[in-house]
Design a protein around this ligand. Sequence first.
Ligand code: CAA
Length: 259
Amino acid sequence: MAYENLLFEVEGKVALITMNRPKALNALNNAILADLNNALSEIAGNDQIKGAIITGAGEKSFVAGADISQMATYTPDESRVYMAYAQQIFNRIEAIEKPIMAAVNGYALGGGNELCMACDFRYASETAVFGQPEVSLGIMPGFGGSQRLPRLVNPGIAKELLLSGRNVKADEALKIGLVSKVCAPADLIPESKKIMATIVSKPAHSLRYCKVSVNRGMDTDLYKAIGLELELISLCFSYEDQKEGMKAFLEKRPAQFKS
Ligand code: CAA
């Protein structure tokens, strides 16, 4: 598929999506959102792709937010259509049953922070800056930020950040649990590829059920969620790769997974 506003590469079993609209620091207008949506379809529909990394082009920005010039004159109805479109795309990142991580290389503000929060986990460059500055524009987050931020970090910290619009640098993002690793800028993509190589070496059904179990389980009460886990773990035992994984352990050799 041809993309105008992002780069799409596949290396081994991992797709690398690079948000690429440098003149606006990769801000999310309708065109780049449509490209992202198509890239997600490519990831979901291609069995050779087992996982993906989303990053931003250039050294300065991951994604600097929703496109302010596009939405500045919106009516409430127009804003609703735009926000719903982006929400639906970000929800797809969670719904696709393959791991998708964010490699945050610079500004992840507003919709940019919301994009990386929709991913399964985040690595950050030392130069990354995270924030939800919407209150300074007279709005609030609209791409899921007021819901995903308090689910990822302590709700009090989330509210402090949402209400003040204060940015956090990579070291603070690590401290509050927004990212799981901070890398030197040059190491961000290599380190992201390294963890994804480890992840995609595992059986596809294990990856799928881990993601589904966490995402669906977090939306329900503990005992229903543990019930879901029970269904999924039992299903694991129907796969050849489970037999191989356990046989290989008992035979003290590396497993040769098929999926
Ligand atoms: N939308 C549209 N254009 C943007 C943009 C955005 N979110 N962020 C940056 N740009 C554009 C700038 O307008 C500028 O374009 P011109 O060269 O044509 O003037 C270009 O990108 C470079 O930006 P700056 O000159 O501002 O670069 P800087 O280094 O001085 O500052 C920055 C970088 C701190 C990220 C600053 O650009 C900034 O504050 N951007 C806006 C961040 C923001 O408020 N994001 C939230 C948007 S609202 C949102 O996302 C709501 C939601 O949940 C739906």
